[in-house]
Design a protein around this ligand. Structure first.
Ligand SMILES: C[S@@+](CC[C@H](N)C(=O)[O-])C[C@H]1O[C@@H](n2cnc3c(N)ncnc32)[C@H](O)[C@@H]1O
Length: 383
């Protein structure tokens, strides 16, 4: 797992292996339109060299992270640059992060780690200014991704940035650890190059725009299922993405827009998928309209039984695209912040994966008689 992330599918790869991969063939265009940490896109390209990935997310930090993972080729220069980033962090001096999000003002990071983050940022900005690492290059995205993942390991919070803890967690006291990320860039390995793997593309925007921008063989949809807004939970990663560009104007804008007493910015992009049920139903209808005629083979839609939409909402919403089958798996893992608060509900929770068998070119189709519901167990999947 690249990063602890709300709704990450990193631990659900047996679901992807058993139910999604059999529908993906070499040469296909595979869309991961709510890519998050890129775990599904990276898994598919690693298991199916020769597949072209289009990853998309509404959050800028996710688009940068996915660009690093999916588009940055492994090279000796990259390893040297990562070593230089580690050295810049070790020699970091207190700057913007230390002033704003470390004691005495706030407790997101220890002063020592905040200075290390400032040092890494100064390194990245310096390489942008000297032209050594262009700001929109995959290498810049990769180094930024390394820094984002490291911040997630030492932030003094429950894995997200929506509030910090009063006491220091032991892991927040450990020094910032800039570890390499697993690279799956098409063409990065000899095998992939020989297979003529096409490059991946990463888009930043609403899933509807990404749906209209390409024709896909298979599309994987993993929208938010709770009312938590990703822009609020991971605002610090968006701040880092701006700061690493060296764009001080953007950095000041966050402060001017206001912040809570706990140091969390009050302005962030809101997703309709993390809204109330009518809003989610509208978001699903808009996405299904955008996907009409854009998918040749199959659409997969991942959701959870403790989400805002019910299974009937989803099955009915997806049905204009084709015949719907629903796979159901008992929930085994829980993202840390949900433990305790949601423990009672979580015991009975299920993971859902809807598959729509599409026929490209068709307009609206009549609603099918109802989805087929297939119960799965973890043993079925790993067999
Ligand atoms: C459940 S997470 C995806 C997790 C991802 N599959 C992973 O394993 O890391 C949902 C993602 O949808 C993104 N998102 C929310 N609204 C969106 C929209 N309208 N269009 C595209 N992405 C959106 C969020 O930023 C978040 O990264």
């Amino acid at each position: 797992m690249v990063m602890n992330y709300m709704g990450s599918k990193a631990r659900l790869m047996p679901f992807v292996d058993a139910l999604v991969l059999p529908h993906v063939r070499p040469g296909d265009v595979f869309g991961d339109l709510f890519a998050g940490t890129g775990s599904v896109a990276a898994h598919v390209v690693a298991r199916r060299p020769g597949v072209r990935i289009i990853a998309n997310d509404a959050e800028a930090y996710s688009a940068r992270l996915c660009t690093g993972l999916l588009c940055c080729p492994r090279s000796p220069e990259l390893s040297a640059r990562l070593a230089a980033l580690q050295s810049a962090a070790r020699g970091g001096l207190p700057g913007e992060v230390a002033t704003r999000w470390a004691p005495p003002r706030h407790r997101f990071f220890t002063l020592d780690n905040a200075a290390r983050i400032d040092g890494a940022l100064a390194g990245l900005r310096g390489w942008v200014a000297s032209g050594e690492v262009p700001v929109d290059s995959p290498e810049h995205a990769y180094l930024l991704g390394v820094l984002m993942a490291a911040c997630g390991r030492c932030v003094n919070a429950c894995g997200m940035y929506s509030a910090y803890l009063k006491q220091w967690w032991p892991r927040a006291l450990a020094p910032l650890d800039l570890r390499p990320l697993p690279l799956v860039c098409a063409g990065a390995g000899a095998g992939a190059a020989a297979a003529g793997a096409p490059p991946s593309t990463v888009l930043h925007g609403d899933a509807c725009a990404a749906a209209r921008a390409h024709v896909y063989d298979v599309v994987y949809l993993d929208p938010p299922f709770t009312r938590r807004q990703y822009g609020r939970c991971y605002w610090f990663l968006n701040w880092l993405a701006d700061a690493a560009r060296g764009d001080l104007g953007d950095i000041r804008d966050i402060g001017e827009a206001g912040e809570t007493a706990g140091g969390v910015p009050t302005a962030y992009a809101r997703s309709p998928w993390a809204g109330a049920r009518p809003m989610c139903k509208n978001a699903l209808a808009a996405l299904v309209t955008a996907l009409q005629g854009q998918v040749r083979r199959a659409v997969f839609f991942a959701y959870s039984s403790d989400g805002t939409l019910g299974e009937a909402d989803i099955a009915e919403g997806l049905s204009p695209l084709g015949a719907v089958t629903q796979f159901v798996l008992p929930r085994r893992h829980l993202f840390r912040p949900h433990r305790g608060v949601d423990a009672g509900r979580a015991r009975a929770a299920e993971e859902w994966l809807f598959r729509v068998d599409c026929q490209r070119g068709g307009g609206a189709r009549p609603v099918a008689a109802g989805p087929t519901r297939v119960a799965c167990t973890w043993d079925d999947l790993v067999r």
